[in-house]
Design a binder for this molecule. Structure first.
Ligand code: NAD
Length: 515
């Protein structure tokens, strides 16, 4: 075997004072490096364009985390050419060569684990555990895809016929565009980049304008790991300059997108058009939003359910695609669950991420305004039982907010809010709870707290989500253990961190020779 067996990266235990103090020293160190400028990375060269995106700390928007160069049309052309050139050699390397490069990248990320997590605290307002978990997931993607890629190296089994040799093997597609969101700013960025790269593709990575600095840190690690120039190119910039232009580009072979439904559907539609000079149909992966529900029935351990609900709803301020934004409770235990849920949610501390608050600021002003507007809508639609507005502080802080007795027709029961806002809904019985659970356009994660075997088995069958969790929180999937991706308008079900993920970035060639 080339590598030792895959294992997920452990987190740090911040309840240990020495671990916590060490991390606070790393935060001090990173704090002293905030506010610097970073260029684009194209074909291994640093390219400065003289114009910058400014990344700020959501907990203190006056604090500049860094500025990253803005790429536009000319940089897109340069990056496409660099990625195309690198593809000619990278795609022809043995799979094991590339796999070792990924394992090396994992080692570099691991050595810089605390530092990278500290950048996440400042750039995305993740508390300590959320930040370290995100870095751990990024490491897992490298280790896991390195190992999975080896399984795709050889010829595929086919039948023989006399007098002929028939071989089928998988090849890389070409130059891809990788478009991750800001919420798992390192993990998703790394996973969606190194997956296609592991099997021989080269990419242009276009991070979210809200979190370009972590992408810059990633590129430092890419250099250190020894990736050849042009295999991973970084274009930061405005969506208006880069989004459509990269998607429409005739050299783009595939798009690996994670983000909202609105952007994903736009990409899907635009990518369908074949432009002059383009000799292929673009392959599009769109992993999109969720309106995820946890169902609690009358047989459930109600304390476990309340713990799962709070962790799923308010971890990282509810800004996870897997976040529990609907708590659906059967009538018989509705009041009891609501009371336990509120009792726990009331204890959450809202404050700066660098002080390791339970709930820190949401990512930016646009999201802050959007979430507050949803809260106002909720006040018209349901009964506000917790929070209900902005929280104190200089940054984009929002109180953990809970609405009770939310009807299925309510906007807040249907649309993804992507903030610390929960709709609690009453179901007549278990069947009605499942009906409510399935009543959205999304199908990403879902959960059931129950002790009833028949119902658990039924939920396995009919709860229409890509990731179903029984008797636990519905967030925190692990690479290689819980392949992640949804149904319906939650996306193309690429299943990040799953055994089939890499196959999507390859095509099969069959050679027949008659002797
Ligand atoms: P978003 O759709 O606003 O942006 C996602 C990415 O698309 C960003 O890099 C953005 O810069 C880019 N983009 C914006 N306009 C574009 C265009 N016209 N063409 C090409 N790219 C464009 O989403 P977001 O706010 O960054 O992320 C939050 C969303 O992501 C939520 O809906 C969440 O549920 C979803 N999400 C899904 C998953 C999943 O695995 N299904 C994981 C994480 C986040």
């Amino acid at each position: 075997m080339l590598f030792e067996p895959y294992e997920t990266e452990p987190y740090l235990d911040f309840s240990d004072p020495s671990t916590r103090q060490a991390f606070e020293r790393t935060l001090d160190e990173v704090r002293s490096r905030l506010g610097r400028d970073y260029p684009l990375v194209i074909g291994g060269e640093r390219v400065d364009t003289g114009e910058y995106l400014t990344s700020v700390d959501p907990c203190d928007p006056d604090r500049v985390v860094g500025r990253s160069a803005k790429g536009k049309g000319p940089e897109i052309e340069r990056a496409m050419a660099a990625a195309q050139e690198a593809f000619e050699t990278w795609s022809r390397l043995p799979m094991a060569h590339r796999a070792r490069t990924l394992v090396k990248l994992a080692a570099v990320l691991r050595r810089r684990r605390e530092e990278l997590a500290a950048w996440e605290v400042f750039e995305a307002s993740k508390n300590y555990l959320e930040a370290i978990a995100d870095v751990a997931e990024a490491i897992d993607f490298c280790e896991y895809y390195a190992r999975r890629s080896l399984k795709l190296a050889g010829p595929l089994p086919t039948y023989d016929v006399p007098g002929e040799e028939n071989t089928s093997h998988l090849k890389a597609l070409g130059v891809g565009v990788v478009i991750p969101p800001w919420n798992f700013l390192l993990a998703i960025l790394v996973g969606t980049t190194v997956g296609p790269v592991a099997v021989g593709n080269t990419v242009i990575l276009k991070p979210s304008p809200s979190t370009p600095i972590i992408a810059q840190k990633f590129m430092e690690c890419v250099d250190e790991a020894g990736f050849p120039p042009g295999v991973i190119n970084l274009l930061t910039g405005e969506d208006a300059d880069l989004g459509d232009a990269l998607v429409d580009h005739p050299r783009t072979r595939f798009i690996n997108f994670t983000g909202s439904v609105a952007t994903g559907l736009r990409i899907n539609e635009r990518a369908a058009k074949v432009h002059p000079g383009q000799n292929w149909i673009k392959r599009v992966f769109t992993e999109m939003g969720g309106k995820d529900a946890l169902i609690v029935d009358e047989t459930a351990d109600l304390d476990l359910a309340a713990d799962a609900a709070v962790a799923g709803a308010f971890g990282f301020q509810g800004q996870k695609c897997s976040a529990m934004s609907r708590l659906i409770v059967v009538d018989a235990v509705y009041d009891a669950v609501l009371e336990r849920f509120l009792e726990r949610a009331r204890r959450l501390r809202v404050g700066p991420a660098e002080q390791n608050a339970d709930v820190a600021a949401v990512i930016n002003k646009k999201q802050y305004d959007k979430i507050l507007a949803y809260i106002e809508t909720g006040k018209q639609e349901a009964r506000l039982v917790l929070g209900g507005g902005a929280a104190e502080g200089k940054g984009y802080f929002i109180q953990p907010t809970v609405f009770a007795d939310v009807p299925q027709s309510a906007t807040i029961a249907c649309e993804e809010i992507f903030g610390p806002v929960v709709s609690v809904m009453k179901a007549r019985d278990f069947d009605h709870a499942i009906e409510l659970g399935n009543a959205t356009m999304y199908g990403l994660t879902g959960g059931l707290c129950s002790r009833d075997r028949m119902r658990i088995e039924r939920a396995r069958d009919v709860f229409d989500v890509g990731n179903l969790y029984i008797n636990r929180k519905i967030t925190g999937s692990l690479v290689g253990i819980q392949p992640f991706g949804g149904f319906k308008l939650s996306g193309t079900n690429a299943k990040a961190g799953g055994p089939d993920y890499l196959r999507g970035f390859m095509e099969m060639k069959t050679v027949t020779e008659r002797f």
